[in-house]
Design a protein around this ligand. Structure first.
Ligand code: UD1
Ligand code: UDP
Length: 368
């Protein structure tokens, strides 16, 4: 079987590591993977670093689309992906998550009848002002095989009219949905011990054995709205009077907050995945608007303040281990203080058993 995998943004490159690893270890005799990098992310520390560190095969194609408006970026990707699909004639295309690279793959493939496998299907924020919400909905409804990482994702698809019995021949009008756990959990388990052995970032930051908060910030609704951005940075400044904040800064945020300085907020370049795991494992608290970082804080049993009005990872909020603070300074500050004083202890298994990738590959082989 030949699959074409589309990656483009940082979290997709990281997720692809788990699938490529499982192919190499368990399915090399049955599955050939062709990797297409759209070039949505292109700085070394947003892309190449993950290939080197996580052992992801070099992409067979790079479309080098770079940054542009949603329409221009997505259209450039669609043009390139369609051409590759027509040449490669794969049995299916694998799409991750909810970025513009996902959307481009979904539209290009479905129009020329290449079956779509959507990994991280069914998630909904119920906020269509998020570009990601549009991308997810379109991709899910063009897919033939959908893998949901959480029960909420599975339930959302049932509510949207997906038939959940998986009977009959499957095609775009009779898709199959499987609840299989989170592929990012596979990675966090796999790379956790390796991070312990290899990474020296905390030492380098002079934070070994010291308390600190890990923060990330990149959601366009936060970075591109000056009121929200200022409120968040104000909260960071206040909280950093009580505890050091480490902030690996996304390039989008760097462009909007170039002048921001605060004595105890340690702003660093985006870090590698192994470095990020080290930061997450040793932090006292995580504050983020990232989907992936929300989950990883849960994997490593850390409390998380979510700087969004809602989240598609609703289960982690329901357990009490994470809390929605939106971009409200006071709420970010108060929730952070609460978690620092009363760290949650209850982290029930929500994200599967760490073998989601192998399960998906088995289903892809059986179904397509
Ligand atoms: C994208 C995804 C978002 C995901 C995030 C992960 C969409 C609509 N958004 O958001 O869902 O959470 O990736 O990080 O697909 N830039 C650089 N260097 C790079 C990449 C980006 O400088 O290597 C800067 C550019 O100024 C660019 C901006 O970041 O305009 C935004 O990049 P883009 O890929 O459009 O969106 P993200 O905010 O990264
Ligand atoms: N990440 C990383 N280095 C960083 C910030 C994040 O390796 O400096 C990883 C993080 O551990 C997670 C993924 O990137 O696996 C999350 O990506 P991001 O926050 O960019 O996007 P989202 O998950 O919100 O789509």
């Amino acid at each position: 079987m030949k699959i074409v995998t589309i990656i483009g943004a940082r979290p997709q490159i990281i997720k692809a590591a788990a699938l490529s690893r499982a192919i190499k270890e368990q399915f090399a005799d049955r599955i050939q993977e062709v990797i297409v990098h759209t070039g949505q992310h292109y700085d070394d520390n947003m892309s190449q670093v993950f290939f080197n560190e996580l052992g992801i095969p070099h992409p067979d194609y790079n479309l080098h689309v770079g940054s542009a408006s949603h329409g221009v970026q997505t259209a450039r990707m669609m043009e390139g992906i369609e051409k590759i699909l027509l040449e490669e004639k794969p049995d299916c295309i694998v799409l991750y998550g909810d970025t513009n690279s996902t959307l481009a793959g979904a539209v290009a493939a479905s129009k020329i009848h290449v079956p779509i496998v959507h990994i991280e299907a069914g998630l909904r924020s119920f906020n269509k002002n998020m570009p990601e919400e549009i991308n997810r909905i379109v991709c899910d409804h063009c897919s033939t095989l959908l893998f949901t990482p959480t029960q909420a994702g599975y339930d959302n698809l049932a509510k949207e009219g997906f038939k959940m019995d998986n009977d009959g021949p499957y095609h775009i009008d009779n898709p199959k949905v499987f609840h299989c756990g989170d592929i990012m959990y596979d990675n966090s388990l796999h790379f956790s011990a390796i991070a312990d052995q290899k990474v020296t970032l905390l030492k380098h930051l002079n934070l070994e054995g010291k308390p600190y908060v890990l923060a990330t910030l990149h959601r366009d609704s936060n970075t591109d709205n000056p009121d929200r951005l200022n409120a968040i940075l104000e909260a960071f400044t206040e909280l950093s009077k009580e505890i050091t904040i480490v902030l690996p800064m996304h390039p989008r945020t760097r462009k909007k907050a170039a002048d921001f300085h605060s004595e105890n907020v340690v702003i660093i370049e985006p870090v590698s995945f192994l470095e990020m795991i080290q930061l997450e494992k040793h932090a006292n608290l995580v504050i983020t608007d990232s989907g992936g970082v929300q989950k990883e804080s849960y994997f490593f049993k850390k409390p998380c303040v979510i700087m969004r009005p809602e989240t598609e990872w609703i289960e982690i909020v329901k357990t009490g281990a994470a809390s929605l603070a939106d971009a409200d300074s006071k709420t970010i500050l108060e929730t952070s203080r609460h978690y620092l004083q009363h760290p949650p202890v209850h982290f029930p298994d929500i994200f599967g058993d760490g073998h989601a990738a192998a399960f998906m590959l088995e289903q892809i082989l059986n179904s397509l």
